[in-house]
Design a protein. Structure first.
Length: 308
């Protein structure tokens, strides 16, 4: 078994066919087919369904391992290079959209200044999408909603964030300066779906207070959820960073008394060491949150960041 075989398998997995994989690898289709066939013989199993080009169950297992191997090889090269010169290489960061709105512009500028030889790739997605990408090795680290119940992922808190109610004009709560959970009992709301950490925490707090949260609609994507509220489609429960800090047209933000905030943190794979570019980016993220988080309305950096 060699890396060319694993690389061929990953190319077919990523591009959907042997011909597309060959184009991506700048080779001919017969080479890709040969490498995959040799790998299948060594493992005594079929890895790719030739009729559809899709990975078999065994192929998915091998591909997941191959991605980790590739990530470790990339990390090894980056670490050795960084010992001899400036930190160089690529780092792939996933980030939830609401945090990306204020943190990523600062991060891009800081990395360009401090580590100009590091290429930063940002993936904007939901927590439920980012964690699988992290586990598969397509991301080096991710900024996500906490908590996450996954033994393969190590988590570090970055900040807590207030939750707000966004209400459109004409809504019965539009004239209120503050509300409580009791005011939301039975009120149709735009919410994230069950299974997301933001929604699950809301449901837990509501249940503890004897309150029932009613979903007018469920949207897995905080920025889309916010846009629907801003456009007047309903009231929404959002983190502070999802709502601009000005009253826009026909909506307003209302604080909610007695409702705990959400937590945001950095997630990394437990297995394997972060490469030098990823470690550098993580350090910059920590510094930026500690420095700029307190001036972001509703953001409260973790005490551990100030202790570093």
């Amino acid at each position: 078994m060699d890396f060319r075989q694993l690389n061929a398998l990953l190319a077919v997995a990523d591009h959907g066919s042997f011909s597309a994989a060959a184009r991506a690898l700048h080779t001919v289709q017969s080479n890709v087919s040969t490498h995959v066939a040799r790998l299948e013989r060594e493992l005594d199993t079929t890895l790719i369904d030739r009729a559809t080009g899709a990975l078999t169950e065994q192929g998915q297992v091998v591909a997941a391992r191959a991605r980790r191997i590739r990530a470790e090889l990339d990390a090894m090269v980056a670490d050795v290079t960084s010992l001899n010169a400036d930190i160089t290489g690529q780092v792939r960061l996933g980030c939830i959209g609401t945090t990306a709105r204020w943190l990523v512009p600062l991060l891009v500028a800081a990395m360009a200044e401090r580590h100009p030889m590091v290429k930063v790739v940002i993936v904007d997605a939901t927590t439920t999408s980012l964690i699988p990408q992290l586990e598969q090795g397509t991301l080096d680290l991710a900024i996500v909603n906490l908590p996450i119940d996954d033994t393969d992922v190590a988590l570090e808190p970055l900040f807590d964030e207030d939750r707000l109610l966004v209400v459109p004009s004409g809504h019965r709560l539009y004239g209120r300066e503050r509300v409580t959970l009791a005011d939301l009992d039975g009120e149709p709301l735009l919410l994230e779906p069950p299974g997301t950490s933001f929604r699950d925490q809301l449901d837990e707090q509501a249940a503890a207070a004897g309150i029932t949260l009613v979903a007018q609609a469920e949207i897995d994507g905080m920025r889309l959820l916010a846009s629907l509220a801003f456009q007047g489609h309903g009231a929404a429960l959002l983190p502070a960073s999802a709502a601009p800090q000005w009253v826009g047209g026909d909506w307003k933000t209302v604080p909610i008394d007695g409702l705990a905030g959400r937590s945001v943190g950095i997630a990394v794979r437990r297995r394997g060491l972060l490469a030098a570019p990823a470690r550098a980016l993580r350090d910059v993220v920590r510094e930026l949150v500690a420095e700029h988080g307190p001036i972001q309305p509703g953001i409260h950096p973790a005490r551990s960041l100030h202790a570093r």
